[in-house]
Design a protein around this ligand. Structure first.
Ligand code: PMT
Length: 406
């Protein structure tokens, strides 16, 4: 079910005794890495409370079309656009009839009309209602409109009847939902990315830092999430918004960044060090603002820990990728860093050219790994990030396969 990683699933719950199974379904979808938002019809709320589904999904439950408070949070059109899939489970006979009739008389039917995402229904009803010609003609119409039908299963029903009409079990529904999505390069993998500069405090108002804007690292985080990874972005101070579906950990100094990296490293499959970490910090933090009493001022600096090297030498090391920002002898210095820091790959940029690299929207890189190299022409960082992630994924999968064989 790796294809569910990072997918946005809108779960519709309609009225029926099977509504209790929706709780389990939310857990299965979330365990597979999906973000789940729930919409309940009024009838569904007779069977299970919105509070239960809110607690399980971790998101507010939407119940009415004309609720100004909910619309202020995420309006119904926004919600319809948000969904990668609308899964209605259980789908009652009445809901299916209203959907087949093209009605938009409550939130859930309106969302189904307004979405471009695929829609899947898990019917649940009494066997006679399922067999009824009216329901069967609605089913045929819905299938014609490319709405997916998951089930129903057959067996003993809550009313005592035996036959078709039971909602499928949560596990089976989650795996059918997964099958609607194509697999992506990093489905289900955990990727940690460092980005931006670090700030090393001199006194309460001054610090040492550099020109990194975070743009390259944030673009990589977005591309990795789009490729299906669960992404943690360890970010130094930047003005950028957190990319969608990415968990951000904000840090200030190199020591903070090391602590965050150490916390995440064990669970990471891939670590990408894009941050421009300050190599040195003031040996001493002056607790009061330094006064301008002398013409010169000496600061003693102390070496910062090397974050990517620490990760790459960890007992449970992930596939570790570094960056090299160089102003001369790009290949020589990049390869040397890859060796010294024990990296699987290194991405080198020539930052003597100020139109790329630090704080620019464009970048041009050469990627090295022990057996080869490839050059990527100048392009927008967002586009470059997608190409880099595709390349890293290919190398990661070869590395993981080789590790399994040995
Ligand atoms: O943020 P932007 O404005 O978009 O700019 C992008 C960038 C130029 C910052 C980025 O493309 C880049 O080159 N990042 C690495 C910058 C850097 O510090 O390079 P370095 O050659 O000094 O370091 C080599 C590697 O060691 C890097 O992966 C760095 O993250 C890592 N490192 C360095 C020092 C340290 N104490 N700990 C580290 O982990």
């Amino acid at each position: 079910m790796k294809q569910l990683s990072n997918r946005q699933i809108l779960l519709g719950v309609t009225g029926g005794i099977a509504a209790y199974k929706s709780a389990e379904l939310i857990r299965r979808l979330k365990d597979a890495g999906a973000d789940v938002r729930v919409v309940m019809t009024p009838a569904a709320q007779e069977f299970i409370t919105p509070l239960t589904l809110q607690a399980l999904s971790g998101n507010p439950v939407h119940t009415t079309l004309l609720d100004p408070e909910a619309e202020a949070g995420m309006g119904h059109i926004e919600l319809a656009r948000w969904a990668d899939l609308i899964l209605v489970a259980p789908a009652s006979a009445n809901f299916m009839a209203r959907l087949a009739g093209g009605r938009g008389d409550d939130l859930l039917t309106t969302l189904c009309l307004a979405t471009d995402a695929p829609i899947a229904l898990a019917p649940a009803m009494n066997q006679a209602m399922w067999r009824d010609p009216a329901t069967q003609s609605n089913v045929a119409l819905l299938k014609q409109r490319h709405i997916h039908l998951f089930g129903p299963a057959a067996g003993e029903q809550a009313c005592g009847d035996v036959g078709p009409g039971r909602m499928m079990e949560a596990e089976a529904l989650a795996s059918l939902a997964a099958s609607l999505f194509k697999t992506r390069d990093l489905d289900g993998l955990s990727v940690v990315i460092t980005a931006g500069p670090t700030r090393e405090a001199i006194d309460p108002v001054r610090y040492i830092s550099n020109h990194s804007s975070g743009k390259m690292g944030y673009a990589l985080a977005q591309a990795a999430a789009d490729a299906g990874a669960q992404v943690t972005l360890i970010s130094g101070p930047t003005n950028l918004a957190c990319p969608e579906r990415v968990k951000r950990m904000d840090v200030i100094s190199a020591q903070d960044m090391l602590a965050a990296a150490t916390d995440t490293v064990v669970a990471a499959d891939i670590f990408i060090a894009c941050a421009a970490v300050a190599d040195y910090r003031p040996a001493e933090f002056i607790t009061q603002k330094i006064k301008k009493s002398t013409d010169t001022l000496q600061l003693e600096l102390q070496r910062n820990p090397d974050i990517v090297s620490t990760v790459a030498n960890h007992a449970n090391r992930p596939f570790t990728v570094g960056f090299a920002a160089e102003t001369q002898d790009l290949e020589h210095y990049a390869k040397d860093k890859m060796r010294r820091k024990n990296l699987n790959m290194i991405i080198a940029n020539d930052v003597s050219d100020t139109s790329i690299g630090f704080n620019a929207d464009q970048n041009r890189v050469v990627v090295f790994w022990p057996e080869g190299r490839t050059e990527l022409a100048e392009m927008a960082k967002s586009q470059l990030a997608r190409q880099l992630i595709a390349m890293l994924a290919k190398h990661y999968h070869q590395y993981a396969a080789a590790a399994l064989d040995s």
